[in-house]
Design a protein. Structure first.
Length: 96
């Protein structure tokens, strides 16, 4: 019987092998870890909480996110602004 993989499931249920830290650097070990699942989806977890929830994304959603980051569409995330000035996304703009 195959294990059900769902968004928000405990990351430990996906196993300990196959997690990668493609974005690690000089941040004190606080990294996002990624795992490609057998069905092509991508799981993400916080490295400092490997037993916490895994966020599961469809392959096309992750591909679009990476393309958008490369095109500079996520640069607003790096700007130091007060919380009230957050970059809102209307439901009509969201591809999800």
């Amino acid at each position: 019987m195959r294990k059900r993989v769902y968004n928000g499931m405990p990351a430990r249920q996906l196993g300990s092998e196959g997690w990668y830290k493609p974005w690690s650097g000089g941040n004190g070990g606080s990294c996002v870890e990624a795992m490609r699942l057998a069905d092509g989806r991508v799981a993400l977890r916080q490295s400092t909480d490997p037993d916490g929830p895994a966020l599961i994304y469809a392959h096309h959603a992750m591909a679009r996110f990476i393309q958008g980051v490369k095109a500079g569409e996520a640069d607003f995330l790096l700007v130091q602004e007060p919380a009230r000035s957050a970059h809102p996304v209307s439901p009509a703009q969201s591809p999800c």
